[in-house]
Design a protein around this ligand. Structure first.
Ligand code: B1M
Length: 212
């Protein structure tokens, strides 16, 4: 088994200590960071998702896997962040009200920071008012919303509707992401863009900031 396969396996076992060790090993072996992330950590978490869906495992197991995921992400974070890049603009990010999933949102935040944007992370379970109050107070150009549940996706529309009511729509850009989303849904609710992952979020925000 390769170190990356073993990493995915240990994440699925919910073993943070081994995940940290294997992530360190992969970094020391100069394995590409994106490979460690995509083929090791994210791939392992996808298997967890499938098994959870099929009722082969239950919530405590998913929580352990999430803890293991963070053990790996903590080590990758400094490598994803490039220090000393001047700020290119402010982005507000959060998981929408009712949604406690934050692993993907945190990854996107790290990648945006690494690309030189100032990121204000509101955490999870963020109300529409909090998204917009902060965007106004901080004079942020982009509001990024994450949702992992079909039941919380509609909160994104609430944020955009509230932005229209407050006269902020068209002045700020709204980007959305998360596993159940699609570009069709983003269009339907009036979001400026759907971002599949952190890389596409960075590309999109750069486009909005006029940086290519
Ligand atoms: Co939950 N959960 N979960 N869960 N969980 C899912 C999402 C689910 C698909 C599992 C399944 O059934 N297969 C399912 C949702 C079904 C649905 O709505 N259709 C589900 C469910 C049902 C639930 C509960 C309701 C379970 C229950 O209580 N009965 C509950 C809800 C809690 C709540 O939020 N109110 C719940 C709880 C949890 C845990 C707390 C145990 C834990 C979260 C821990 C945490 O986040 N701190 C958890 C986890 C870990 C998952 C799965 C297994 C993994 C999610 C994850 O972290 N993926 C997930 C199954 C799955 O997605 N395969 C599942 C890795 C992460 C890197 O990917 O988040 O997709 P992702 O982020 C990606 C992209 O989507 C994108 O970029 C990221 C990087 O590539 N992206 C953005 C995300 N946000 C973005 C924002 C952007 C741009 C891109 O711009 C702003």
């Amino acid at each position: 088994m390769t170190v990356i396969q073993e990493l995915s396996e240990q994440l699925q076992q919910g073993n943070p200590k081994n995940v940290a060790e294997l992530t360190r090993q992969a970094i020391n072996e100069n394995i590409d960071i994106k490979t460690i992330l995509d083929k090791g950590l994210i791939a392992g978490m996808s298997v967890i998702g499938e098994k959870f869906k099929a009722h082969e495992i239950f919530l405590p197991h998913v929580l352990l896997a999430a803890k293991a995921m963070y053990a790996g992400m903590d080590l990758l974070k400094p490598l994803l962040l490039k220090e000393g890049i001047p700020t290119r603009g402010k982005v507000i990010i959060g998981s929408v009200q009712g949604d406690l999933h934050d692993i993907g949102k945190n990854l996107v935040a790290i990648m945006l920071k690494g690309a030189g944007f100032e990121v204000i992370d509101l955490g999870n379970d963020v109300s529409p008012e909090k998204f917009l109050d902060t965007a106004e107070k901080e004079n942020a150009g982009v509001v990024g919303m994450s949702a992992l549940l079909t039941t919380t996706m509609p909160v994104m529309k609430k944020v955009i509707d509230l932005a229209r009511a407050r006269g902020l729509y068209g002045k700020k850009r709204f980007i959305v992401g998360g596993a159940p989303l699609s570009s069709e849904y983003a269009k339907e609710i009036g979001a400026d863009a759907y971002c599949f992952d952190g890389v596409s979020a960075v590309e999109t925000v750069k486009r909005f900031a006029g940086i290519f």
